[in-house]
Design a protein around this ligand. Sequence first.
Ligand code: A3P
Length: 322
Amino acid sequence: KYLQDDDISQECSDLLPSLPCEQGWLAASLHLYQGFWLGPRHLNGVLACQRHFRAQDTDILLVTTPKSGTTWLKAILFTLLNRTKYSGSGSQLQHPLLSQNPHDLVPFLELNLYIEQDVPHLASLPPPRLFATHLAYQSLPQSVRDSKCKLVYLCRNPKDTCVSLWHFTNKLRPKDKCENSLQEALDRFCRGVSLFGPYWDHVLGYHKVSSETPEKVLFLKYEDMKEDPRANLKRLAGFLECPFSEDELRDGTVDDILRLCSFDSLSGLEVNKSGKLASGEENKVFFRRGEVGDWVNYLSVDMAERIDRVVEEKLLGSGLRL
Ligand code: A3P
């Protein structure tokens, strides 16, 4: 379903012919809307969510570039925010992550909640509501920018992001279509034509807002999360105004969350080995290697230099290094 371009609204089909169009990484084409590349079905979800979503001050929105570790951060945020409900040996409740994939627990606004024609009823969900999105900052629904809701932004080294996206999209391509070559994927990535790309514009948009209003956007990198997950989880809890108590710091709550959400733990669960998302994709496609620097096993020196050159040029003067 993630890939199909049926069921699109009249507004979306009216808009599509006027947008620049490119061949996509999956079966569907990509269309440039508000400066970012979207599949037709995604555009449909984006339009509906821009029109109908009303942010609340207590909302928490996880924003990521595709393949930057969204699944991991969804798991971490869900566990962090629900830690009292499922904590301790006395808890009778089995943790939802043991039987559900993080994407079913923390839905994307534009890819899940607003993708169907019916507008979802979200107003009565208990606070804090936790949602995810791949939308660029300037494309967020106005109420997200106007409200006091908090955004957690996650990005990842562009070479690992590109390689991960290449693997992921090849797994999701229809069986009758041959795989994209790595060279094709790299060309598209370096031209900015990737899902919710250009990658650098996405990252730079949130980096700027995070520098200007750090209380609104927490800017995280996959590599930093990997290098010092404890420190970054504590930072995350502080940012979301649910810091760990002295007791929690002593009783191992931080490590428990990280252990439950680790690559080995999540990818080893039966639900993630053989289950499917409510939207149809196999859960296992979201877990591949989960390592920093795996690009080295795929990109030639020339290919790596090409991405580095493009991204360095785009990031010039921003103070950001990826
Ligand atoms: P690789 O393809 O490099 O292995 P997203 O969740 O945004 O789709 O990103 C997917 C990437 O995150 C994949 O990277 C996947 O293996 C990795 N990943 C998934 N779960 C993870 C976890 N719990 N910890 C670290 N990385 C994880």
